[in-house]
Design a binder for this molecule. Structure first.
Ligand SMILES: *Cc1c(COP(=O)(O)O)cnc(C)c1O
Length: 404
């Protein structure tokens, strides 16, 4: 599904495709010394040759220079640089010990007491918790908006609005947002535009090219890809980088070299993994859409998903996470469906190699939009198992749901 406008160019002049970039990006010879993947450089103290040297280091920009462990080593710089290379228009990337830490730092880099944040109603629940907790305590107010607002965001921007946070598609309900329209309207009023791009990754949605200033990833999901590391990142435009870096330094944010190394290791196979997640999830979503037990499938690549036409216009692919709504039934019937699944684990997070299924009740978390639903909802993360095996498992689950 990846569009490639440059197929006709010669190998020497064509810009590398994303599948090539995930293999080559961030592997600077001075950081790898011939080792294929940048090794783990662990450090707190960095030793200097003299007092003069130590003093000089304190005055320098520490970007890509060893200074003190908290400012990173080549292991973190390599992954950060690779993520920057994957996002055309980006200046640099900061890594965080989790996706939530990345969201919090990005927000704090653009908001001050007295400011207002516009936050999409379909945001990841812990992102809402930052707004309702930390930001509120600091005197920063939040207004929630309909994910399908589009250019209508202009009417919501007040004199105090300094930032708009988008998440597209939205958590649990998968509404695709009109990112270019929202970004243009917000920027015209001087607001920073933040996007949680975890679902699509830069491989399937070029955030900065669509007007975003700060693109946030929970690298815990597809970058790491193996359900064993917590990691986050924020990739910034040149204009927003200094504030992001300074805020992150002041917060003492740093991702461990070992976790960054596992992130780099995951990144090398991300393009090929995403392709399989995409193909299998699409196949299963289409199969579910034909089933009488299913009222609606919320997958951005299906016309039944709100904002599907925007996905077609702006994205170059889908990933492996989507929801479906059951045709009636209660919580107990839904639990029977999920509890008996053999190949789907029951647990939070996603983006790993293994399939997951959880019950979701999005309306408990929403304040602006409460859409009517035919029945309970299930969210699936489609892993790298054979999709026919997953379909057989789900078919048995729907059978259990029917036989109340
Ligand atoms: C998981 C997730 C996060 C948070 O990432 P963690 O690494 O779990 O803190 C943020 N945004 C979205 C959309 C997520 O799914």
């Amino acid at each position: 599904m990846a569009r490639d406008p440059d197929r006709s160019a010669s190998p020497a002049t064509r810009p590398p495709a994303d599948a090539t970039k995930v293999v080559t990006a961030g592997r600077r010879p001075e950081w790898t010394a011939g080792i294929v993947n940048p090794p783990v450089w662990r450090a707190s103290t960095i030793l200097y040759d003299s007092v003069a040297d130590l003093r000089a280091a304190a005055g320098r920009d520490t970007h890509h220079r060893l200074f003190y462990g908290r400012r990173g080593t080549p292991t973190q710089w390599s992954l950060a640089d690779a993520l920057t290379e994957l996002e055309p228009g980006a200046h640099a990337t900061f890594l965080y010990p989790s996706g939530v830490a990345a969201v919090a730092a990005a927000l704090l880099s653009v908001l001050s007491p007295g400011d207002e944040l516009l936050l999409v109603d379909s945001a990841y629940d812990p992102t809402r918790a930052i707004a309702d907790g930390l930001l509120k305590r600091m005197g920063i107010t939040t207004r929630f908006y309909d994910p399908l607002v589009g250019a209508g965001i202009a009417e919501l921007v007040s004199d105090r609005t300094r930032a708009v946070l988008l998440e597209s598609p939205g958590s649990l309900t998968f509404e695709v947002q009109d990112v270019p329209a929202i970004a243009a309207a917000a920027k015209a009023r001087g607001c920073a535009v933040l996007l949680d791009n975890t679902w699509a990754t830069p491989l399937h949605f070029r955030a900065l090219e669509h007007g975003v200033d700060l693109s946030i990833l929970a690298c815990t999901k597809y970058v790491v890809g193996h359900s064993d590391v917590m990691l986050g990142s924020v990739t910034a435009t040149p204009e927003r980088w200094a504030a992001l870096r300074d805020t992150s330094f002041q917060l003492g944010q740093t991702a461990s070299p070992d976790d960054a190394w596992l992130g780099s290791r995951g990144l090398r196979t991300m393009a090929i993994r995403l392709k399989q997640h995409e193909a299998s999830a699409l196949r299963i979503a289409e199969w579910l859409a034909t089933r009488p037990e299913v009222a609606q499938v919320l997958h951005p690549a299906l016309p039944s998903c709100p904002g599907h036409e925007l996905w077609r216009r702006d994205f170059t692919g889908a990933s492996g996470l989507f929801s479906f709504v059951l045709n009636g039934g209660d919580d107990a019937a839904r639990a029977r469906l999920i509890d008996g699944l053999e190949l789907f684990g029951i647990g939070y997070s996603w983006g790993g190699f293994e399939s997951l299924a959880i019950p979701v009740d999005p309306h408990r978390h929403r304040s602006v939009v409460k859409r009517e639903q035919a029945g309970p909802m299930v969210r699936l993360q489609i892993g790298l198992e054979d999709p026919d095996d997953l379909i057989a498992d789900l078919a048995a689950g729907l059978e259990r749901w029917r036989n109340l």
